[in-house]
Design a protein around this ligand. Structure first.
Ligand code: FE
Length: 180
């Protein structure tokens, strides 16, 4: 699918009101909360943009709002990346492509991490292949942009707060344009 930046913002504005797979917030709220956390932690414009768009893949398919419930892995990290890599550099797209692997990594290296996952995220973890072995974890973290993917993942997991006020979509246009 070929989309320009305006069209990507449009997808979030029009389709972003879908529920975020089994969580009590919308896709749009989730992306905004994730990008806002990145901004608060002084992340690069590329990583803030990655946070905003990391779940674009969930909005591109017709599998319904929560494929996990049907035991389907929508492989959203790859669908989103395919679309975004036509306009953005790997500094934006690699953390997105790796954000599911980052969950599998964190489960392997941090015993408290898995227990902190939401119910839906735990269910999708199993569909995504479960925690990495220690060898897989070591291979993962050596990949380019893996550390950025881990940061994105930690903000992703926290970006599920019901009713949290954030800056709106338009406040991220200039940041994401600067990454084109
Ligand atoms: Fe997410």
């Amino acid at each position: 699918m070929r989309l320009n930046l305006d069209e990507i913002f449009d997808i979030f504005a029009t389709r972003g009101h879908a529920q975020y797979g089994g969580e009590p917030i919308t896709q749009l709220e989730h992306g905004l909360q994730c990008a806002t956390l990145a901004k608060e932690h002084a992340a690069t414009p590329e990583l803030i943009t990655a946070c905003l768009f990391h779940d674009l893949g969930h909005l591109l398919h017709d599998l319904g709002e929560n494929p996990t419930e049907q035991a389907i892995d929508d492989r959203h990290e790859y669908e989103g990346t395919k679309c975004l890599e036509q306009i953005f550099s790997p500094a934006v797209t690699e953390p997105i492509r790796l954000h599911v692997e980052a969950k599998r990594y964190l489960c392997a290296v941090d015993p408290n991490y898995r227990a902190s996952l939401s119910e839906n995220s735990e269910s999708s973890l199993i569909l995504q292949g479960g925690p990495f072995s220690s060898e897989e974890a070591a291979m993962f973290i050596a990949k380019p942009y893996a550390k950025s993917a881990v940061k994105l993942r930690i903000w992703d997991d926290r970006a599920k707060v019901v009713g949290l006020e954030t800056p709106d979509l338009s406040s991220f246009v200039a940041i994401s344009k600067s990454c084109l």
